[in-house]
Design a protein around this ligand. Structure first.
Ligand code: NIG
Ligand code: FE
Length: 419
């Protein structure tokens, strides 16, 4: 018999439904389209109906399915959260570096001494594909437990053809084996590998001539990301890599202006990147360039906190007309967390997003940052039935009661995966 789930009587059903297309900017980011005494019908993995509980009664009377009824009285219901920026498929762990940083070493000191991204690269190269699948799968479980039902995942801990491909294959396998939707990004330009020290151009050429063509041919990635940073990849190298990716159909993203201002945001606008990430040190010119070209600012306040840096100017960016998304940046060095709820809290606390903007940034705008907004990011008829039931009454409470995982139940494509 067909099965359906009817969630009814939600104190707030936050749909984020809108007639607007594309990433939302100031004003639209606050329009959450909330239904009180809300109700939603999930069947065949898809949202079949959304409305008030009275409106959906008819649906129930006429349905021939075996319906599980969920009484959501006193509970908030939202779309599954979307995390548009993670480095999830890696080997090992770096708690020693956490201690080193607390003792005074900087993130770049550690990286330049062969630690940081390089140490995770060593551990990722050593791990077998199966080992990486097991480790990554556990992280995906943790994401689901925090209400995240779609993530982006980057390679970039291989820094050689074989391991970059291995990381991307791990994500491709997990897309089939795990309930999570994973959108893959190639990030061979995450660091210059130690073997290429002082001959960075050779590595850039390896990415352009060998890695990108194979990644594209095997359809292993949708996006192409570069760590554009002083001492890592210059804006010129970044542009070459992103243009080469574009010629293979890969959409650009940039880790921009994270540690030092480097005109990364301006470059994102120039190359037509879908999003620019981090942006802790972006200047007013960079903000204007992103606003003009509609580049999504993907802000990572947990990373700023973890590196004990000042967060990106989220408030200013929204006020200037930049569409903002937020993300965990889940990675073993600068943000080892899977908690999007915490990231939403931090977006309010350290970047002064309003509770409504923060939720939009973690759902609909996040979906736009990985071009998944036709399927996920809002509760609308025909979209995937990715839904979270929370142990709070309102989205305002969700943002206010910080640092706690309020998830009660999660449905992915209509199936209960948590709770
Ligand atoms: O987004 N900034 C560069 N890449 C990651 C950190 C990677 C690592 O430290 O392993 C980031 O913060
Ligand atoms: Fe990152």
């Amino acid at each position: 018999m067909r099965k359906a789930v009817w969630i009814k009587h939600a104190s707030q059903l936050v749909t984020l439904a809108s007639k607007l297309k594309g990433p939302r900017v100031k004003g639209a980011m606050s329009e959450l389209a909330i239904i009180e005494n809300g109700s939603i019908w999930l069947e065949d993995g898809i949202i079949q109906a959304v409305g008030t509980t009275e409106e959906l009664e008819v649906f129930y009377t006429e349905s021939e399915a075996d319906v599980e009824i969920i009484d959501a009285t006193g509970h908030l219901v939202t779309p599954g959260l979307v995390d548009p920026h993670t480095h999830i498929a890696f080997g090992g762990s770096r708690e020693k570096e956490f201690e080193m940083r607390l003792e005074g070493a900087t993130y770049m000191d550690i990286m330049n001494a062969g630690g940081g991204i390089h140490s995770t690269t060593r551990m990722t190269r050593e791990a077998t594909e199966n080992e990486l699948v097991i480790q990554t799968s556990k992280r995906l479980d943790s994401f689901l437990a925090h209400g995240v039902t779609t993530i982006e995942g980057k390679s970039g801990y291989g820094l050689d053809l074989e391991t970059e491909i291995k990381q991307l294959r791990v994500m491709k396998r997990l897309q089939k084996e795990h309930p999570m939707d994973i959108v893959p990004t190639f990030m061979g330009a995450h660091a210059v590998p130690e073997a290429f020290k002082d001959r960075e151009e050779d590595y850039v050429n390896l990415i352009i001539n060998d890695m990108l063509p194979l990644v594209a041919k095997e359809k292993l990635a949708k996006f192409n990301d570069v760590f554009c940073e002083v001492g890592v990849f210059t804006p010129e190298q970044t542009e070459r890599i992103l243009e080469a990716g574009k010629s293979h159909g890969l959409i650009p993203k940039i880790h921009a202006d994270e540690i030092e201002p480097y005109k990364g945001a301006e470059l994102a606008a120039k190359v037509g990147a879908i999003s620019a990430e981090h942006l802790l040190k972006t200047t007013e010119e960079g903000i204007q360039a992103m606003a003009e070209k509609g580049v999504i600012a993907c802000l990572l306040p947990a990373t700023a906190l973890y590196l004990r840096e000042t967060a990106a100017k989220g408030r200013r960016m929204i006020d200037a007309g930049v569409p903002v998304a937020i993300s965990t940046d889940c990675n073993p060095g600068s943000s080892p967390t899977t908690s999007m709820p915490l990231v939403m809290n931090l977006a309010c606390i350290s970047m002064r997003l309003t509770p409504a903007e923060s939720l939009c940034a973690a759902t609909y705008n996040a979906a736009c940052a990985i071009q998944m907004e036709d399927k996920v990011g809002s509760l609308e008829v025909g979209k995937q039935a990715d839904v979270v039931l929370w142990n709070v009454q309102s989205y305002q409470q969700l943002q206010y009661l910080f640092g706690v995982n309020h998830v009660k139940t999660v449905w992915k494509k209509g199936l209960k995966v948590v709770g």
